[in-house]
Write a protein that binds this ligand. Structure first.
Ligand code: ARG
Ligand code: GLU
Length: 659
């Protein structure tokens, strides 16, 4: 009886997978299909993933190695996010043709713009090869054999559960991907950094591309002779919309999660790394923002830099807030104590946790030094290019650049732990008299090009120190240890966790392989008594519209449409007012890499394009809290509305299948 009670207790503490948590492997989705169907999914596991017939996986692409996209026509038309296509859009932009500002719409196939180095991958198949590798087959040989199966085939072997299982992934890679259309940034990036990671949201974060293939529909390098790719499958688009409580599924390539890390690592993230990295970035952002506010040309000059720094800066704040709020460190510690009670009776696991904790104790300080060095000295330029120098803005950047040097040097001196400080840095400070004087000296030499030995010397010394720490640790990532020792321990730990807890539904951490996440359209209680509903509309855009503020200055065409209420088939009625749907909130478990992922309804029809999470819910990389964890998508009806009514590119809708 006592034993039973104990088991029940531990089970309730650890719990099963909470509703909507999880990023599932498509080839194993049959194991989840009953749960999916109970939540409103109407199709079968074979519809999601099949090697024998066309399935949804044939319409999902890994977009340029870091985002997701979906095929929406029999002629290879592809949707992804504006922020995923940003580089391509920017590369075609000039002062005369400023596609970032004004948008771009190819009026014919001939006007679709090729992009050097832009590629997409479609999954041909995935296959567990754990046993084959265990019985002596060489991973490289498996990869080579798979790549020989077809033109443009790329293969890789990916570890699941820290190597407890290995999967072979075989992709078809297409290198001729052309830009078809993009909304103006005032729609595609509406709200900018201010609204980034925030709900309610009103960003039309989409762009349109097309995959091209050779005349035999095979992958080929760019050629004017290439023709639109004919996919095995494209997504049907639902224009009926979706409402709170409806099933949603996300099919895409989440990059990186750490759901099984020990409390020691979570504690480090929440109480040490996140706060210090945030503080250092706050200083950098303040300096850049001040420059931007003082000079409109500098606002543009520093825009991308600011956005980059701010994206993770804001994410970390949300992560820290979310993890502390739910006391994740405590919960993990309790779970470890319970696991230990079980492990004490299973000799194979008895010493495991203490071995892992000892390894963390060894690693934490040097790893912290590694992170701090990269966040400070690692952010500094070691040269300014001739192009930058010839820009008339160059001199106007000087005070800001110098201030960034001072800030990086001061932060490094303040945060980097003693034994890992770069000796050359300490020498430099001593010789110059102060950290600030040393920063000025290094900066002046670099800026004037009178004496670049100081920056070169510092940079070399920095690299040496980082290499030293890497050697010491055997890893450069505490969250995803590649250190042989820690990785082996984790592999063993996960095995133990799965033997100990037979109720929890385990899923492997995200690793940029194709996954299915499912949940429902859902608002949430943002604060006491403040419920956020899961759909935003054009009225919210108009409420934020402000020609004085760059990020909220919408195109005149959108204002005109709002005034005339001429929404055509895209108009909906909300509480009696006529408007257009814009963004959606749902409970799907996503992370970086899921940008651009198709959001599908219970019939597998496209209802939105995923592009963000709420900042406090980014904690789901480590621990999923169903109360607040939400993903943000742009409603597909807004995408179509913008293409047709703002872009005047309604002809693109003709090749889609709308339902
Ligand atoms: N937060 C989103 C992601 O992590 C969007 C980032 C791009 N948008 C921006 N305003 N910086 O990728
Ligand atoms: N904006 C993120 C992207 O790249 C997705 C947001 C998230 O779920 O973390 O990939």
């Amino acid at each position: 009886m006592k034993r039973l009670l104990f088991t029940l207790l531990t089970l309730s503490l650890v719990g099963t997978t909470f509703a909507d948590e999880g990023m599932w492997l498509p080839s194993l989705i049959a194991g989840r299909i009953d749960d999916m169907r109970s939540k409103g999914f109407r199709l079968t596991a074979e519809d999601i993933y099949s090697v024998n017939k066309a399935s949804m996986k044939d319409a999902v692409v890994l977009f340029n190695g870091g985002c997701t996209g979906e095929i929406v026509s029999p002629e290879g038309l592809l949707l992804t996010n504006h922020h995923c296509g940003y580089g391509a859009i920017q590369s075609h932009s000039s002062v005369e043709h400023d596609y970032l500002t004004h948008g771009f719409w190819a009026r014919s196939r001939a006007e679709e713009l090729p992009n050097e180095k832009l590629y997409v991958r479609i999954l041909v198949r995935m296959e567990e090869v754990t046993d084959r590798i265990a019985s002596g087959e060489q991973p490289e040989a498996l990869i080579r054999a798979a790549e020989a199966e077809g033109t443009g085939y790329k293969a890789s072997i990916e570890q699941m559960y820290y190597g407890n299982q290995q999967f072979l992934f075989v992709y078809e890679q297409f290198d001729d991907v052309r830009l078809v259309g993009a909304p103006p940034s005032s729609i595609g990036k509406f709200g900018g950094d201010t609204d980034n990671w925030i709900w309610p949201r009103h960003t039309g974060d989409f762009s349109v591309f097309r995959i091209y293939a050779d005349r035999n529909n095979r992958p080929a390098a760019y050629s004017p002779d290439n023709v639109p790719y004919r996919p095995k499958r494209h997504f049907v688009i639902s224009v009926k919309g979706i409402r709170e409580g409806d099933f949603t599924m996300i099919y895409g390539f989440p990059g990186n999660t750490q759901e099984y890390i020990l409390s020691d690592a979570v504690d480090y993230v929440v109480n040490r790394a996140d706060p210090d990295k945030i503080a250092i970035r706050t200083g950098r952002l303040d300096l850049i923002a001040a420059a931007q506010a003082s000079d409109p040309a500098l606002r543009i000059h520093y825009a991308a830099k600011h956005a980059n720094i701010a994206n993770a800066w804001k994410k970390w704040q949300g992560e820290q807030l979310g993890l502390s709020r739910t006391r994740s460190v405590e919960t993990k510690r309790q779970c470890e104590r319970d696991f230990q009670l079980w492990a004490d009776r299973h000799p194979e696991y008895a010493g495991l946790l203490s071995a892992m904790k000892a390894e963390y104790a060894r690693m934490l300080q040097p790893y912290y030094a590694y992170e701090i060095t990269r966040e400070t000295l690692g952010t500094l330029p070691t040269a300014y290019s001739n192009e930058e120098r010839s820009d008339e803005l160059f001199e106007r950047c000087r005070p800001t650049e110098q201030a960034l040097f001072r800030h990086a040097f001061a932060s490094y001196a303040a945060y980097c732990p003693e034994p890992y400080r770069i000796p050359e840095f300490l020498d430099g400070v001593a010789a110059a008299g102060s950290t600030e004087a040393y920063a000025d000296q290094v900066f002046d030499g670099l800026w004037q090009r009178t004496d670049t030995t100081a920056i070169v010397r510092l940079d070399k010394a920095k690299k040496r120190m980082l290499n030293h720490i890497t050697w010491l640790l055997g890893t450069t990532s505490l969250r995803n240890p590649t250190s042989k020792r820690l990785n082996e321990l984790y592999a063993h730990y996960i095995k133990g966790l799965r033997e100990w807890d037979t109720v929890r539904a385990f899923y492997p951490d995200a690793n940029l392989t194709l996954r299915v996440a499912y949940g429902t359209v859902s608002g949430y209680e943002y604060a006491d008594g403040e419920y956020h509903t899961p759909q935003t509309t054009l009225d919210g855009i108009i409420a934020k519209d402000n020609p004085e503020i760059y990020d909220y200055d919408i195109p005149q065409a959108l204002r005109d449409l709002y005034a005339s209420k001429d929404y055509g088939r895209w108009g909906i009625s909300v509480d009696g007012r006529r408007t257009v749907p814009v963004c959606l909130l749902a409970t799907n478990h996503t992370t970086g890499g899921n940008s651009g992922s198709p959001v599908l309804n219970g019939r597998g029809e496209l209802v939105g394009i995923n592009f963000d999470r709420t900042w406090r819910s980014t904690m789901s990389d480590i621990a999923f809290d169903p109360a607040i964890c939400r993903n943000i998508a742009v409603d597909i009806r807004y995408v179509l509305f913008v293409i047709e009514r703002i872009g005047g590119a309604g002809y693109l809708l003709d090749e889609m299948t709308l339902r």
